[in-house]
Write a protein that binds this ligand. Structure first.
Ligand code: GLU
Length: 388
């Protein structure tokens, strides 16, 4: 069957494919250590589950407004005002089926055929594919360990053409875990304003910060950058709610209207009772977030220390998210071959860097339990020794 070109040009999501494979192997009883998808291994906190169950029992089982439950939109706006210093109101928020869906809708609402979207590499693998699905052109700007895998203002400026519409900022970053400092964010903002571009700030990992590092929402700097900013985020990573599929977009009203129209003809509202769980997540104590953050911080230490003692691998220390992104170039293997062999020989699942635009790296998620991390690092060490 002939498939539309817009889809046939797109690569399927490798994070989802490898995660699905690893979960299927586990279900078959295979002793696998999976560091594949970035999925917190914690249960969704009890008070959030209870709120969703109560919502079900209270009949929150009907269609709702396409842009989301008014109470949730207001709670998200309140959070963005208080925590991120972004002056959004409820009407600036669209509740989406996860952070991924908010970004997809944004691309569809904003990008015209031929519009260029600047994406620093390494990038989360879905960004370029979403741009292509919207018939735009992803413009990939490579970064390396020397610059902390961060784009510089000069690199950004050089990538801009008359066709540039949008810049994708993701800090803390997936897959590198790097966090732009407030000064670096300000310098990027200056270029965006000067060149009159838009920026989408994917802040899904904003709560995953270690060693006292600070997150600055780019839109909070001043009114000029705020009017050019779109925020994408969600509940999956912060509250261990990956399967719930609740995310959001915060944007100027015209864009909110456009995205709501798209949702009105595609998904309609996000699962109504799931939205009540999200309200409870925002309106209750944030102790659960702090507890999970501490667990991730401990795992990061253990995994990073173990990785950096394995000859042939080197890994920069990330300040955020829950990924490590070691360099495998010394092995002489491409990342796909490396990951295939590692899975086959040691039952360890990791994501090849090629999916993120960096074939000389692999990505490991440490959003898993400590025992898996310890056993997995042992196996990775054995694998690396088998290569020499
Ligand atoms: N965003 C997560 C990851 O990068 C989940 C999988 C996906 O949506 O790509 O692992």
């Amino acid at each position: 069957m002939k498939i539309a070109k817009r889809v046939s040009q797109v690569t399927p999501s490798l994070t989802l494919a490898i995660d699905t494979k690893a979960k299927a192997m586990k279900a078959e009883g295979i002793d696998i250590c999976s560091f594949s998808a970035g999925e917190p291994n914690f249960e969704t906190p009890e008070h959030i589950r209870t709120a969703a169950k109560q919502a079900l029992d209270q009949g929150k089982t009907r269609y709702g407004p396409a842009a989301g439950e008014p109470k949730l939109r207001a709670a998200i706006a309140h959070k963005l005002q208080q925590e991120n210093h972004l002056p959004y109101n409820a009407e600036n928020i669209v509740v989406t089926n996860g952070g991924k869906h908010s970004l997809f809708n944004l691309m569809l609402a904003l990008i015209e055929p031929g519009d260029e979207v600047i994406i620093p590499a390494p990038y989360w693998l879905s960004y370029p594919e979403m741009v292509k699905l919207a018939e735009g052109t992803p413009v990939i700007v490579p970064t390396d360990a020397a610059s902390g895998y961060k784009i510089t203002p000069d690199q950004l400026r050089s990538a801009i053409t008359p066709k540039t519409r949008l810049f994708v900022l993701n800090s803390p970053n997936n897959p590198t875990g790097m966090v732009y400092t407030p000064d670096e964010i300000r310098a990027i903002a200056q270029v965006i304003v000067e060149q009159d571009l838009l920026v989408v700030s994917d802040e899904i990992y904003e709560q995953h910060l270690y060693d006292g590092v600070e997150h600055l929402s780019i839109g909070s700097i001043d009114a000029d950058i705020f009017s050019r900013t779109i925020v994408s985020s969600g509940f999956a990573k912060t509250y261990a709610m990956t399967g719930w599929r609740v995310g959001y977009l915060a944007a100027p009203l015209a864009l909110v209207k456009a995205v709501t129209t798209i949702q009105g003809h595609s998904t309609s509202n996000v699962c109504t009772f799931a939205q009540y769980g999200a309200i409870a997540a925002l309106e209750s104590s944030q102790d659960c977030v702090a507890q999970m953050r501490q667990a991730f911080a401990d795992r990061r230490h253990v995994m990073l220390d173990a990785l950096n003692t394995i000859p042939g691998l080197s890994c920069a220390k990330p300040d955020g998210a829950f990924y490590l992104f070691p360099d495998i170039s010394k092995t002489g293997l491409g990342s796909l071959e490396f990951c295939d062999r590692l899975l086959e020989k040691q039952n360890v699942a990791v994501i090849p860097g090629v999916a993120f635009g960096a074939d000389d790296h692999i990505r490991l998620s440490y959003a898993t339990d400590m025992t898996t991390i310890q056993i997995g690092m042992e196996r990775l060490s054995q694998f690396m020794h088998s290569l020499t």
